[in-house]
Design a protein around this ligand. Sequence first.
Ligand SMILES: Cc1cc2nc3c(=O)[nH]c(=O)nc-3n(C[C@H](O)[C@H](O)[C@H](O)COP(=O)(O)O)c2cc1C
Length: 230
Amino acid sequence: MANVLLGVTGSVAAMRTPVLFEALQNAGHSVKVVATSAATYFFDAAALRRQSLMPVGFSDQPECLRSLLFVDDDEWPGRADGEHYRRGDPVLHIELRKWADLLLIAPLDANTLAKLAVGLCDNCLTCIWRAWDSSRPVVLAPAMNTLMWQNPLTKRHLRSLAADAGAGHIPGHLADEALIQQINERSPTLRIVGPMIKTLACGDTGIGAMAEVTDIVAAVQTLLALLKAA
Ligand SMILES: Cc1cc2nc3c(=O)[nH]c(=O)nc-3n(C[C@H](O)[C@H](O)[C@H](O)COP(=O)(O)O)c2cc1C
């Protein structure tokens, strides 16, 4: 059992967040969700929040972590009411990073992928990424329109993430599948669960749909088992 932090970004595939959340819980993990502002358009965040009212297992956690779902406003408690940060107040993205044994971002949209690759950190999720302990595992499940996926920027960003995650230099000429395979074989801590071919929500048919929930959970399980055995 691990503490799995599920990052959710603004892809249509975020509609599957409740299913993915449940599948991770069924696999025995303690799960918390960090959603970007765009992501909350695609699933019922209030329903997950309602589950947070059940305090099971929360008693040993710092007060700021006693929820299942976090959005950007949670980083700035009281700001809307004119309150200010006081020395000693917890910093949510750091507390979440300390809590998490594994970071899963599913779906990972093109915008957040680009931010991860260059280190921009303008929301809770990207701050967690930027503050991440590089010895801890990360699983990414990209989802985007076919032409977004095929844009050379996608490959450039994935190669950059892979280099930072210890995969060394990945040649730029590789086709998508070979690229993902090399990243997954060479990085000790990073796994990419590649997108599928499907008729996408926008009506286009092609590569770009988020992988099946079962495949994403399997990648989490395999990586955790590998690191445990090491
Ligand atoms: C209906 C709709 C569906 C979208 N689906 C995707 C998608 O599947 N993948 C993607 O990369 N961007 C998608 N976008 C664009 C992102 O939501 C947009 O880039 C947003 O700024 C992402 O913000 P975030 O990365 O902070 O979540 C979609 C936008 C809309 C309005």
